[in-house]
Design a protein around this ligand. Structure first.
Ligand SMILES: C[S@@+](CC[C@H](N)C(=O)[O-])C[C@H]1O[C@@H](n2cnc3c(N)ncnc32)[C@H](O)[C@@H]1O
Length: 309
């Protein structure tokens, strides 16, 4: 069970430092998935993924998590941090002042055995959309299961009519209804969904499908509307699955701008991203590629509605 043996109170203590709380949870044979007040937490036997937003202090979780893992007899062998460009950079508290400061903080808090380290800012044509990556490992080999990839999608300027569907209506079943009415439940019909609706608006969900997670977070307010979609797939799946999954997720929001980061050891993943976006009227405006220790190849692509520049 490894890290899944961590008791709930210990996880809550780590989240308190980060400044968020658990609002909903689900688990299966492979992992536990928590919806947080500020995104999501996934706990696997040998891996923890924590995703937060707003003015949380995500990097403050590094040290306590390493400590808790050590108490279970586990030594850290890899650490990866990714983020887009902050929408309100001046509101970010320490250690999230800027990427340089964040990297200094991460490096200070990681043990020396993680000696393969790399930090990079992957650009796009628009300075408002850059992808920041830090990756470190105790050896130069691959930690990713063979064929596994992660896709991280950031969407802004959501379609106004669709965004309105993420405002709360009365009733206990609001979250389930939102999942179905918006089409989110149809993105991966196999997934067990743990969803949560915020008051008066906002929506979060985690999908659990075997050993793979997916997650969606929606800020529907006009003027700064935003949705994120992240999921894990395998290159051994039907290649059309990647295209269809991405298409379905983006259609839920019909955003004006989309950025997609793929992390994988195989090429075919990022080539599929453009195949998913083009039929939706989204044109590729930038492409950046870089290699990271253990993470493999990260490709960052941005798209905007074809009628825009
Ligand atoms: C889905 S939640 C948090 C997820 C985060 N925005 C992300 O992208 O990962 C954000 C939305 O919920 C709304 N909201 C309402 N109450 C909230 C709370 N207590 N904490 C965080 N968000 C809240 C916000 O106004 C916003 O529309």
């Amino acid at each position: 069970m490894g890290l899944r043996l961590l008791d709930f109170e210990s996880l809550e203590n780590v989240l308190r430092v980060v400044q968020c709380t658990v609002v909903s949870a689900v688990g299966n044979h492979f992992f536990d998935a928590y919806v947080l007040s500020e995104s999501s937490l996934f706990v696997y036997p040998t891996k923890i993924i924590i995703k937060t937003c707003g003015t949380t202090q995500l990097l403050k979780s590094i040290r306590p998590l390493i400590h808790l893992a050590k108490n279970l007899g586990l030594t850290i062998c890899g650490c990866r941090y990714t983020r887009g460009t902050f929408i309100f950079p001046k509101s970010q508290p320490f250690p999230h002042i800027n990427f340089k400061q964040e990297v200094i903080y991460i490096e200070e808090n990681l043990p020396n055995n993680l000696c393969f380290r790399k930090a990079s800012v992957m650009p796009s044509k628009n300075p408002s959309y850059s992808w920041h990556v830090f990756s470190s490992a105790s050896d130069s080999g691959a930690h990713f299961s063979d064929g596994e990839f992660t896709v991280e999608v950031c969407m802004t300027e959501l379609d106004r009519v669709l965004a309105r569907k993420f405002f709360k209506t009365a009733g206990d079943s609001a979250a389930k209804e939102m999942t179905e009415l918006t089409g989110i439940g149809n993105i991966n019909p196999r997934a067990l969904i743990c969803d949560f609706v915020f008051d008066p608006c906002g929506y979060s969900m985690n999908g659990v499908d075997g050993d793979r997670y997916s997650t969606i977070h929606v800020t529907p307010e006009d003027g700064f509307s935003y949705a994120s979609f992240e999921y894990v797939g395998s290159v051994y799946d039907d290649q059309d699955d990647i295209v269809e999954t991405l298409k379905k997720a983006v259609q839920v929001f019909k955003p004006a701008t989309v950025s997609v980061s793929t992390t994988s050891h195989r090429r075919e993943v990022w080539t599929r991203v453009a195949h998913a976006m083009e039929p939706l009227g989204l044109k590729c405006r930038s492409f950046a590629m870089d290699e990271f220790p253990t993470a493999g190849t990260v490709v960052f692509q941005t798209f905007t509605a074809a009628r825009r520049k």
